[in-house]
Design a protein around this ligand. Structure first.
Ligand code: GLP
Length: 241
């Protein structure tokens, strides 16, 4: 694991955006995997800035997102579909037909998951996947004790994750209790991973993912086995490692 420690959230965001931008410059047909949550918001803002300066072209880029709540419509402001449009897709020239997001209102979950996996394979595979990490060590929505062999599937969210994510909703009762997420195997199949973490609240999860044993109890620990992972951590997130 290549661990980069930076001063603060802004520096983390700038570093991450420049890595994504160089990926697109080097391969304009890149397949990018995006994450949601608070952590990558700054990265997406920086990426939009770089795009507006005219340095990158997303017209041939293909995107996949890690996860989506179930069941929630893509028009719902709490959905990850809405988030991605709001923070990134509405501001860059990525083509709608190249954007792939899980449908949180699908009727047939199994079909949705299988076709998502097939689309990733047909695209040639994800070149660069952005990841955050949950306070309990989850990646995507693969909660502790997730199957390391799992592909895209329906997950039941942990109480801790529901509480942590309730800050985006009016009340904890409004937070969906399920989600559809790429599995650990899907994530481990990407070519390059960029994991971002900021703040003291992530230090424990980062410590266990980087220094702890590789165990389904800490889904992020599996990343120790991936051949190309870069972690960009601010000082607070890194302080235990
Ligand atoms: C969420 C998402 C993850 C995200 C993580 C951390 O629940 N499913 O993809 O990386 O939890 O979120 P945040 O960046 O808001 O701390």
């Amino acid at each position: 694991m290549n661990v980069v420690v930076v001063n603060d959230y802004d520096e983390m965001s700038k570093r991450a955006a420049s890595i994504i931008a160089s990926q697109v410059i080097l391969n304009p047909k890149s397949v990018l995997g995006f994450a949601t949550g608070d952590t990558p918001i700054g990265t997406y803002k920086e990426l939009v800035k770089i795009y507006k300066e005219g340095y990158i072209d997303f017209s041939d880029v293909v995107t996949f997102n890690l996860d989506e709540y179930y069941s929630i419509s893509k028009e719902n402001p709490q959905s990850y579909n809405f988030y991605m449009k709001n923070y990134l897709f509405n501001h860059i020239n990525v083509k709608d037909e190249n954007i792939h997001m899980l449908n949180g209102m699908c009727d047939d979950i199994e079909k949705e998951c299988t076709s998502y996996e097939n689309l990733i394979k047909e695209s040639g595979g994800i070149n660069l996947q952005i990841l955050g990490i949950g306070r309990n060590g989850h990646i995507g929505f693969n909660e502790p004790n997730a199957n390391f062999e799992g592909v895209t599937h329906l997950v039941h969210l942990d109480k801790g994750t529901i509480n942590a994510n309730s800050r985006f909703f009016n009340s904890v009762e409004e937070v969906p209790t399920k989600a559809i997420s790429m599995g650990i195997k899907t994530i481990m199949s990407v070519k390059k991973i960029l994991l971002l973490a900021s703040g003291i609240k992530k230090s424990e999860a980062v410590y266990h993912a980087v220094n702890g044993p590789i165990t389904p109890k800490v889904p992020g620990s599996i990343l120790q086995l991936h051949p190309d992972v870069t972690l960009i951590l601010d000082k607070e997130a890194a302080y235990k490692i």
